[in-house]
Design a protein. Structure first.
Ligand SMILES: [Zn+2]
Ligand SMILES: [Zn+2]
Length: 266
């Protein structure tokens, strides 16, 4: 389950960790040292996953914990793309005449702001047990903004789909967030979309390994294969499921739900 953040790793200990990692790698002859069990039984890694390099570094900071079992992720929540939800004097503001903006009349950076921070497992626990997603941030996209599920308030997304911008996102009183395939990030391709709070990465509708739309996905859109960030190693990951979401009032058809859950990695 999601763990509370105990402390922010200091810069000096972060450097020490890198040094220790280098020493550990250079002195180790055991090829399995990259994934060793730590004291509490959590799997540990020696370096941050390569996929984090794809995140918008102006917004997102990811730091591996000292023991290598968790990744602390902090984001400003500000996406690096245009939207009708920016303030009109912002360079990234665009008019989207077919979008019916949310009634709170807020803008990105307004209201309760966008900042968020989470700690995720460095290695997801793929035990077969699933956990339902919640009505709030369920992941962080490579743009820096939040990922939500297919629910809006207490109901399904249909009622609010008209307020979603070209990125499949909107902003109410809380953070700016995606519900649908975020087309500034991925549009029917294999791009990395982000990481969910169970520590599993999510990609676009195509898989880098199969070179097309995967046909072996589980109920969460997940399967195990190599990806462009795993250096030939098979790894469980999610995809946006290639199934048109019939949201009649969405301004940019067709729509694809970003993630409808459940989590597989808790
Ligand atoms: Zn929403
Ligand atoms: Zn895949």
């Amino acid at each position: 389950m999601k763990k509370e953040i105990k402390k922010i790793v200091s810069y000096s200990s972060f450097l020490a960790l890198i040094l220790m990692s280098v020493l550990a790698c250079s002195s180790s002859e055991d090829s399995s040292s990259e994934e060793a069990d730590s004291d509490d039984g959590e799997e540990a890694v020696t370096e941050l996953h390569a996929a984090f390099a794809a995140f918008n570094s102006d917004a997102v900071t990811a730091i591996l914990s000292d023991d290598g079992t968790e990744v602390y992720i902090e984001t400003t929540g500000y996406p690096d793309h245009t939207s009708v939800y920016w303030e009109t004097d912002n360079a990234l503001y665009i008019d989207e005449p077919d979008v019916s903006k949310t009634t709170q009349d807020t803008y990105i950076g307004g209201g309760q702001g966008e900042a968020a921070s989470f700690t995720v497992d460095a290695t997801p626990d793929l035990t077969g047990a699933t956990v339902a997603t919640q009505l709030n941030t369920i992941g962080i996209a490579v743009s820096g903004a939040s990922i939500f599920n297919d629910q809006e308030g207490a109901g399904d997304l249909d009622q609010a789909a008209g307020s979603l911008d070209w990125a499949g996102a909107h902003k109410g009183p809380g953070v700016y967030h995606y519900h649908l395939e975020p087309t500034p990030i991925t549009s029917d391709d294999d791009s990395l979309v982000g990481i969910l709070l169970d520590g599993v990465f999510i990609y676009g509708r195509q898989c880098n390994y199969t070179g097309g739309t995967p046909t072996d996905l589980d109920a969460s859109g997940g399967h195990t294969s190599v990806t462009q960030y795993t250096d030939g190693v098979e790894e469980y990951h999610y995809h946006i499921i290639n199934e048109v979401y019939a949201a009649g009032n969405y301004a940019y058809q067709p729509a694809y739900v970003l993630f409808a859950g459940p989590f597989q990695g808790y």
